[in-house]
Design a protein around this ligand. Structure first.
Ligand code: ADP
Ligand code: GLC
Length: 485
């Protein structure tokens, strides 16, 4: 697997969680899984990792041949081999994609280097994988390399699987990047990497991969439409016969109220006392009034228009006026949104608690200590947070889109069924009234609310089924590749 994120070492969102938990599930099923990831400045190195003595030669375009050092280790609690690429010029800075001044200007080179280095590493290890699995736009050149530069070399036999976690981010670069990459001009065509005169990495991956996956069945349909395709829906439709939506699972060893190492007390469906302890600690941590009875709505997310947090920000004054409620927000991203939430926390001290930044330990505490999780996403390829929140007995409010639709069953008042609160319209009203519905259930029908919590905690979000599904996709890709090569 070639990835730019890997939990627990380097995360910007759910991609890192998905890659490490899928890899672990596949290794448990007997596969030899190896992961290549950059060694960013933010990665905490384990004592057990070993640096390789000789540099890895990376075969880019003729004049730009590069080198990096590789560190080798294992994913904690598994046999999955990890290879971290050390290259200070490209990866020494702490952030994965963007710094204080926006996206890193050399992202094209940084992730081209990763893709090429991953393939060169296979030769250096004398290890030929059956399948190379690349993720999102930064991995888009991997299938292109396999079909072009590698076509008549040993690695050209490997099938490629390309997983789209998000159609919005596509990786657009000037065509000069192909010279740097050492990819022939013949690949710079509309049925390949070219897009409005630029190179589009995501498009290259979509055209060249042997098989395509995305992270939920509903998003697999949505990404074929103009509304969700971000301009590439015709390409997805063209490859629709090779695309499957496989729902992500979650890593039950790290995310669950019985096992979580970050939370102050554990709990389960029989005994919720630990959840009350988590709530108290969360209230203290974020400067909220300590009150065991008030409902806490919480959001943890990248501050990106995808997540619909602007709807939450706009709804907060109305929530404060009409509901006995507290709100917790953990996130970072768009500055306007960060400032908006901070100003709300000053406006409603003790009732709105905001933490701007990336803090994994706090993310776990929020899942456990809040009462209702809020995810008003405009689109959501899968979404892990709603699954985490259900595991922690924190029913989510979600908008009916993508993986949210595939994982949350809306509460049915009459029958007591459901695991969360689903709303359709991505509007402030839509969110506000659904928060009102959750509030009324919490205060007026506490037994129904408890049932909702238990229903969510009992859901099976493990990788068991989905890892099998990926195996099928890999086999399908290998058969297809061997017919063509
Ligand atoms: P996405 O990948 O689109 O960001 P997901 O719901 O799939 O959305 O995954 C988000 C992941 O990132 C979760 O593990 C969540 O806890 C984590 N996360 C997002 N923002 C933060 C933050 N500010 N601090 C800590 N963890 C965060
Ligand atoms: C992306 C998507 C998110 C998904 C995650 C992991 O970042 O936005 O919905 O859960 O990838 O697949």
């Amino acid at each position: 697997m070639v990835t730019t994120e890997l939990a627990p070492y380097a995360k910007a969102g759910g991609l890192g969680d998905m890659v490490s938990s899928l890899a672990k599930a596949l290794a448990l099923r007997g596969h030899d899984v190896r992961i290549v990831c950059p060694l960013y400045g933010c990665v905490r190195r384990e004592d057990s990792w070993t640096p390789h003595e000789t540099s890895l030669v990376v075969h880019l375009g003729r004049r730009e041949e590069g080198y990096c050092r590789r560190w080798e280790g294992a994913l904690p609690g598994s046999d999955v081999r990890l290879y971290f690429l050390e290259h200070d010029g490209y990866y020494g800075r702490p952030e994965i994609y963007s710094g204080p001044w926006g996206a890193h200007s050399d992202n094209g080179e940084r992730f081209t280097f990763l893709s090429r280095a991953a393939l060169d590493l296979c030769y250096a290890l004398d290890w030929m994988p059956d399948v190379v699995h690349a993720h999102d736009w930064p991995g888009g050149l991997v299938p292109v390399y396999l079909n072009t530069v590698e076509a008549h070399k040993p690695l050209g036999k490997a099938a490629s699987v390309f997983t789209v976690h998000n159609m919005k981010h596509q990786g657009y670069f000037d065509s000069g990047i192909l010279k740097f990459a050492g990819i022939p001009d013949a690949a710079f065509v509309p049925e390949g990497l070219e897009c409005m005169g630029m190179v589009n990495f995501l498009k290259g991956g979509l055209y060249h991969a042997t098989k395509l996956t995305t992270v939920s069945p509903t998003y697999a349909k949505e990404m074929q439409t103009p509304e969700f395709g971000h301009g590439l829906d015709p390409v997805v439709r063209f490859r629709a016969a090779d695309l499957v939506g496989v729902l992500n699972g979650i890593d039950a060893e790290h995310w669950g109220p019985e096992v979580d190492e970050y939370i102050p007390a554990h709990y389960n469906t029989q005994d919720f006392r630990g959840k009350a302890v988590c709530k108290k600690v969360l209230q203290n941590r974020l400067g909220l009034a300590e009150d065991p009875h008030v409902i806490i709505f919480a959001a943890v997310a990248r501050m990106d228009s995808q997540k619909g947090l602007d709807l939450l920000a706009e709804a907060i004054p109305r929530v404060m006026e009409h509901m006995h409620a507290q709100v917790v927000v953990l996130g970072m991203g768009e500055q306007d949104l960060e400032h908006w939430f901070l100003s709300l926390s000053y406006q409603y001290p003790g009732r709105v608690g905001v933490h701007i930044g990336y803090d994994s330990a706090l993310a776990h505490l929020v899942e456990a200590g809040a009462d209702v999780f809020v995810m008003p996403s405009r689109f959501e390829p899968c979404g892990l947070n709603q699954m985490y929140s259900m595991r922690y007995g924190t029913p989510p409010i979600v908008r009916a889109t993508g993986g949210l639709l595939d994982t949350v069953q809306s509460y049915h008042e009459g029958e007591g069924h459901g695991t969360g609160f689903v709303f359709e319209e991505p509007s402030v009203d839509g969110l506000f009234y659904t928060m009102g519905w959750a509030c009324a259930t919490y205060y007026d029908r506490p037994k129904a609310f408890r049932q909702l919590q238990i229903n969510g905690m009992k859901q099976d979000f493990s990788w068991r089924h989905s890892a099998q599904h990926y195996e099928d996709v890999y086999r399908w890709a290998m058969e297809d590749r061997s017919l063509k090569v």
